[in-house]
Design a protein around this ligand. Sequence first.
Ligand code: 8OZ
Length: 347
Amino acid sequence: MAPLTRMRAADGNVPNELAPEYYAQRASQGGLIISEATQVSPYGQGYPSTPGIHSAEQIAGWKKVTDAVHTKGGLIFLQLWHVGRSSHSSFQPGGVLPVGPSAIAITDQVSLTPEWMTVPYETPRALELNEIPGIIEAYRQGARNAMAAGFDGVEVHAANGYLLQQFLDSKSNHRTDIYGGAVENRARLLLEVTQAVVDVWGAERVGVRLMPFGTYNDVGDSDPIGLYSYALTQLDRLDIAYVSLIEARKGNSMEIDTPKDIGALRPYWPRTLLVAGGFTGESAEQAIVSRHADAVAFGRQFIANPDLPVRLKMGAPLNHYDRSTFYGGGAAGYVDYPALDGVATSD
Ligand code: 8OZ
C-alpha cells in the first residue's frame, strides 16, 4: 500500500480514532503498508489535519494503528515527512515563514491553510547552514518515535517536491554552501537524513521515496539522470532496504498523475525497487516479470479496495474510488469501502 495523505488527523495532529480500523482493513499477511506522510516537526506541516510523529499523543495514536495492523498479520512503515517551503505561515508555530533551501516560492500552485482556505505560497526563509543539523535531528527523532510507536520500519519521503527534494533539485536549491551547487552537495541533506534514520533503525528497515522526473510543487532538475543516478548510487552504499520511485506527477497531486518511464534509473539501483503510480493488476505483474521493479505499490485503488491484494490475485472487479472523499472528512470514503463478500478484512 502506497503512502496516502488523507488529512483526517484529530486535534494535535494525532491519528484519528478510525485510523486503526482503516489501516487494519488494508493489512494483509506479508504485505507492506507505508503510512500516510507524517510530519517529523510542527514546522514540517503544510496541509490541514496531517498526522505528526513529534508528540507523545501522536506516538500513542500511532501505536493503536500498528497494533491493529500487526493483529491482522500486516507490516507497516511510517513515512517521515517535512514539507519545507510547501507550508504556509498559518501552519508554523509563531506564524513564522516556512523554511526551504533557498528563498524561492512555489508559483505554479496554491497553498492550503489549516482552515482549508487557498492562499498563494509565501517566499520561504532559506535555512541557515547552522540550522541544518536541527533538521536532520528532527528526522532522527521522528525515526525514534516511529520505533516507540511500534512501526516495522520507516520510509524517508524525498519525493513530491517536499523539503528533501527541494534540496535535491536545481530549480528550488540555489544555495552556495555545501548543501547547494554540485549534485554531491544537493544530495547531501537526503544522504545525511537517511544515515540518521539508518542509525536508529538499521539499514534493512529503511526505505527512501524519490520522484526523479516530476514537477509537482514547482521542483525540477536540469539533469535528473545525473542527479538521481548519483543519489541512488550513494543510497546503495547505505545498504537501505528499498527505494520507491513515483512516476512523474504533473500539476496538483490532488488531481492527475502522468506516468513516465523510470527505467533509465534502474541500472543505478540494483537493490529492491518499488514503483507506484497508476498500475493495474496486469501492468503490475508485467512490471515484476520484466524486472522493471521488484514490487508495485497501489494507492488510489487501495483506498477503495481494502482487500486489494485478494482482488488482484483473483482478478475480481474493483470498487471505484471517490476522489471527493480522499482528503478530510470522516468515515465516508475511509473505512466504508466494502470488501468482497466472504473475504474478512476486519474483525
Ligand atoms: C496529497 C495531498 C497532500 C499531500 C504527497 C504527502 O504528495 C503528499 C500529499 C498528497 O506526497
